[in-house]
Design a protein around this ligand. Structure first.
Ligand code: NAD
Length: 288
């Protein structure tokens, strides 16, 4: 198979993202064997039963020692734990990557454990997903026509960068490169802030006494805006802390923006109100 890029890919964390990648690699024949590992044996069993992986690893260290490529698809906070676990058995030629939503913390974890970011550790982040989690929600087409950001470091091995980029392209994604800080800033603005606002809005409204009544009358706009508030709370807890500085900065900018809108409404400043809405409408139409 011309598209077969490597032999053994081990996906650690067989949930929504890990399961979707494993399934896409397997169905498209991108590697010889896809091995899954998850600390939740039920998830692993389900992954094997659904044909998402070729093999379920019973022993993480044995599987990691034999893998050509290892994808860390565990929650952001667990990445350092898993890296520490597999560190003793990692071969120098093994290529490592991850799918975590924040990159600065992953790089800091690698530095804590290895002393520096290994040449063959190429951090990555697929900009695809959903509010669902778990392997049962895995979808081999999840990454098609979506972007994946990889954040290689100056010392990164160019063959490893190429292989990880090709792996994502082979599952249908468009690969972009960015530096780690820029990634965390951009994602704080485009993903982390909107998720946190949706959680906060729904939580605020849910405190109101007649909230059931309010939600009953919610229309499409409310549903669109708040869909992501059904995402996994633990995942967003981890992201909130892992990208704390960039997120706080975006929350402050947003708070200032809401403050300007509040003032415009309070003072019935139509020019200011229409200015905000017109600029936002133009910007939204430009990127949609
Ligand atoms: P998920 O909950 O569906 O899957 C995570 C899996 O990791 C679970 O099966 C869990 O049992 C397993 N796990 C947790 N700790 C582990 C450990 N120490 N060792 C082995 N397995 C462990 O979550 P997900 O949505 O697939 O997210 C996985 C990663 O992908 C996260 O880092 C997240 O930031 C990132 N991500 C998620 C999305 C999204 O929309 N869900 C999008 C892009 C990136």
């Amino acid at each position: 198979n011309v598209r077969c890029l490597t032999e053994r890919v081990l996906v650690i964390g067989l949930g929504l993202i890990g399961g979707s990648l494993a399934s896409a690699l397997r169905t498209r024949g991108i590697c010889r064997t896809v091995i899954g590992y998850d600390r939740d044996k039920d998830e692993l069993e389900t992954g094997l039963r659904l044909g998402i992986v070729d093999e379920a690893a019973a022993d993480l260290l044995a599987a990691a020692a034999q893998a050509d490529v290892i994808v860390l698809a565990v929650p952001v906070k667990a990445i350092e734990t898993v890296l520490a676990e597999i560190l003793p058995v990692l071969r120098t030629e093994t290529i490592l990557t991850d799918v975590g939503s924040v990159k600065g913390n992953v790089v800091r974890s690698a530095i804590r454990l290895f002393g520096c970011v290994p040449n063959r550790f190429i951090p990555g982040h697929p900009i695809a997903g959903s509010e669902k989690s778990g392997v049962a929600a895995a979808d081999a087409t999840l990454f098609e026509h979506h972007k994946v950001i990889i954040t290689p470091l100056p010392q990164s091995d160019s063959d490893a960068v190429t292989l990880i980029a090709r792996m994502w392209q082979a599952v249908g994604a468009q690969v972009l490169q960015m530096d780690v800080e820029r990634h965390d800033e951009v994602l704080a603005a485009t993903s982390h802030l909107p998720h946190l606002l949706a959680f906060s809005l729904v939580d605020t409204l849910a405190q109101e006494q007649d909230c059931n009544d309010i939600f009953r009358y919610a229309a499409g706009g409310f549903r669109d805006f708040t869909r992501v508030a059904a995402s996994d709370p633990t995942m967003w807890h981890d992201i909130g802390l892992a990208n704390k500085q960039a997120i706080l900065q975006k929350i402050d900018e947003f708070t200032a923006g809401v403050g300007r809108l509040r003032k415009a409404i309070e003072t019935e400043d139509s020019v200011a109100m229409l200015g905000i809405f017109t600029r936002a409408k133009a910007a939204r139409e430009h990127f949609s």
